[in-house]
Ligand binder design. Structure first.
Ligand code: ATP
Ligand code: MG
Length: 245
């Protein structure tokens, strides 16, 4: 049976608009992500993808609705608890890698073990090596980011995201800064490594080829899933007796 790693129910998020009005951005979103699977999230500019990712990443909280990560309901948790949960249970992969330039690949991955529940020193080194090995960079640990190719830098960032075996991996255009030739390999590595560790992955992308590598695709349109919206539109157009026409 597949384990639900992330469960979102009826999440609403709005931002302050002109004259004290609220501008709704997410309009009651629900979704579940199961261990070992990847969901690609597509949607036009302004549809709410980044807003959704900041909520999934516990960087912001919904106005209403429920967000449960691996059995922990995040509603009403303090900022401190949320930060702990974030370092412990969520791995992030960004378009522009965000490696620390003055640290080696090894120390960049190690940095992810510096927050959350402490890991014993020896175990930490092993975990970092396992994670670098998983992305094929066991022999590059001493390199600094500028001594690595773009694809290699993103692989270090993937090792960093996975080193704690998070419940959820969130990737925002993870191949957006890579050339076409590198994209498929890096993405396959990310999805395979996340699956092997039993994480549920959500991936935001504009690239249909990237989306095609996921297990399923979700379309966000104006803060709702497109299929929900289609269903809602169909409902509102339905007239009594239509089904007999
Ligand atoms: N902090 C904020 N304050 C006010 N409005 C915001 C804020 N953040 C986002 N918005 C608005 O919310 C809507 C959704 O923005 P979001 O960044 O989530 O879109 P997106 O799907 O990620 O777009 P893109 O593909 O361009 O990155 C936009 O209309 C945006 O202007
Ligand atoms: Mg965005």
């Amino acid at each position: 049976m597949s384990r639900v790693m992330l469960d979102l129910a009826g999440v609403v998020k709005s931002y302050p608009g002109p004259q004290g009005a609220r501008v709704p951005v997410l309009k009651g979103l629900s979704m579940s992500l199961t261990a070992g699977t990847t969901s690609a999230i597509l949607g036009r500019s302004g549809s709410g993808k980044s807003t959704l990712l900041t909520i999934l990443g516990l960087l912001d909280t919904p106005d209403s609705g429920r967000y449960v990560i691996d059995g922990t309901d995040t509603t009403g948790l303090s900022d401190r608890r949320l930060a702990h949960l974030r370092s412990e249970r969520i791995g992030f992969v960004y378009q522009r890698f965000f490696l620390l330039g003055h640290l080696t690949a090894f120390d960049n991955v190690m940095a992810a073990l510096q927050h959350g529940t402490p890991v014993p020193r020896r175990r930490r080194r092993e975990q970092v090596m396992e994670s670098l090995d998983q992305v094929g960079l066991a022999d590059r640990g001493h390199h600094r980011p500028r001594e690595l190719s773009g694809g290699e830098q993103q692989r270090v960032a993937i090792a960093r995201a996975l080193v704690r075996s998070p419940a959820v991996v969130l990737a925002d255009e993870p191949t957006g800064a890579l050339d076409e030739r590198t994209t498929e390999g890096v993405l396959a590595l990310l999805l395979g490594a996340a699956r092997d560790r039993g994480a549920a992955t959500a991936l935001v992308t504009h690239d249909l080829q990237v989306a095609a590598m996921a297990d399923r695709t979700l379309h966000l349109a104006n803060g709702s899933w497109l299929d929900d919206q289609k269903a809602a539109d169909a409902d509102s157009h339905q007239r009594p007796g239509d089904q007999y026409a």
